[in-house]
Design a protein around this ligand. Structure first.
Ligand code: CTP
Ligand code: MG
Length: 396
């Protein structure tokens, strides 16, 4: 086991609020964004930053859930993490976190769990920027035009160039922050953030750039924004390939020479059929159409389509590939086997595969032939029986 150096920086993640404005049916930090809670997302960011002590401040009564979420997010860093119970105000919750800091800690970051999507880089940047006697906050420029109001009446403008919107984590030298907390407690004053409390004790606070992703989830609309952002980042599910099967049977007895597997076989007895009787090509067409859910060969090439009378394999297959492309499918591969005593196929296998593949725009086609030990109509030389399987891929 390797002993990690004891960190000098800690982060207090305050998650003890009730979330009255979110109305999520549970303490805000435990409300789900996707399959993960607000707290879990916040902690995923925290544990992606550099190793530091992590104190999670949980709502009273929910310490167990917070503990589970913390362990799941911490992974191998579980030893750095602990959970304490929060108070009635944010300030009291931070104070509870401060009480749990280890002795070696000299820099403290205070972070709202509600800023669930805060990038780890922002946490590291704040830790880097904390000065000897100064606090630091991440902040964004204010974009809205601001008005001073008195009830319904606008009583003046506010120069927004003088303003910034504060985010978290906010970072401070530990001792100075603890003293400032004691002072605020003694004075009985509640501040809305730690920087205000720290500044009230007379310490300087500087700012670094915040980020849009560190927005605070306060209202249902904020939660929707977080969901929308995360949904856009999820890798699209890989399109599931689809398979199809096709069979065809033709009897010998057609006019002229045999056409089979896309090839002309001079001197071999022809197969009977509406087109050239190429049962290999027809089974392939059925397999491809079936994989794409486009019906079968009768739907697209039946006797109602006289233009296919006497047509060869390449015409059928080219049209099939076109139908699949129009329906949004790429052809992965086709495998086809025919049962027949004739013709002797293996010498022309490569040629057949090349012709059939070319007709499908280059998708690999493999053709095999077998006899049936003299059994059945194929064994008696009455006809051929073909089975094909095709794999197609929905093209996005
Ligand atoms: N917080 C806390 N303890 C409290 C109040 C707030 O730890 N007693 C935490 C919240 O969990 C949140 C952060 O402080 O992470 C910022 O507070 P806010 O966004 O106001 O959250 P809530 O107080 O939960 O929400 P609301 O004000 O709508 O009730
Ligand atoms: Mg609040």
């Amino acid at each position: 086991m390797t002993l990690l150096p004891v960190p000098r920086t800690a982060i207090i993640v305050v998650a003890a609020g009730s979330g009255t404005r979110l109305r999520g049916g549970a303490p805000k930090a435990l409300v789900g964004i996707d399959s993960r809670s607000i707290l879990r997302h916040a902690l995923d960011g925290v544990f992606a930053a550099r190793p530091m002590q992590v104190v999670v401040v949980a709502p009273a009564g929910f310490e167990g859930v917070a503990e589970t979420e913390t362990r799941a997010a911490a992974g191998e860093r579980a030893d750095l993490a602990s959970v304490v119970t929060g108070g009635d105000s944010r300030q009291q919750s931070v104070a509870a976190g401060l009480a749990a800091l280890w002795g070696d800690i000299d820099t403290v970051l205070v972070h709202d769990a509600a800023r669930a999507l805060t990038p780890a880089a922002q946490i590291d940047a704040v830790a880097d920027a904390v000065g000897a006697g100064a606090g630091v906050i991440p902040a964004l420029p204010v974009v809205d035009t601001l008005k001073r109001i008195d009830g319904e009446r606008i009583v003046g403008g506010v120069d927004r160039s003088e303003l910034a919107a504060a985010q978290t984590p906010q970072g401070f030298p530990r001792r100075a922050l603890e003293e400032a907390y004691h002072a605020a407690e003694a004075a009985g004053v509640e501040y809305t953030d730690d920087a205000a409390l720290f500044a009230a004790a007379g310490h300087p606070v500087t700012r670094i750039d915040g980020s849009e992703r560190a927005f605070k989830i306060t209202t249902p609309a904020d939660l929707e924004r977080a969901r929308y952002l995360l949904a856009g980042e999820r890798p699209a599910a890989a399109a599931m390939p689809r398979i199809g099967v096709g069979t065809d049977v033709h009897a010998y007895g057609g006019d002229g020479d045999l056409w089979l597997a896309g090839l002309h076989w001079p001197g071999e007895q022809a197969l009977a059929g509406h087109s050239d009787g190429d049962a290999v090509a027809h089974a392939m067409v059925d397999a491809l159409l079936s994989a794409a859910g486009l019906g079968d060969i009768g739907t697209h090439f039946g006797t109602a389509h006289p233009e296919y009378a006497g047509a060869h394999a390449d015409v059928f297959l080219r049209r099939t590939a076109q139908l699949l492309a129009e329906a949004g499918f790429d052809i992965g591969s086709v495998s086809v086997q025919f049962q027949s005593n004739r013709p002797r196929f293996s010498a022309r296998r490569a040629e057949a595969q090349q012709v059939l593949s070319a007709a499908l725009g280059g998708a690999p086609v493999s053709v095999t032939a077998t006899t049936t030990d003299g059994l059945g109509f194929a064994g008696r030389g009455e006809g051929v029986s073909v089975t094909a399987v095709a794999l197609v891929i929905p093209a996005r």
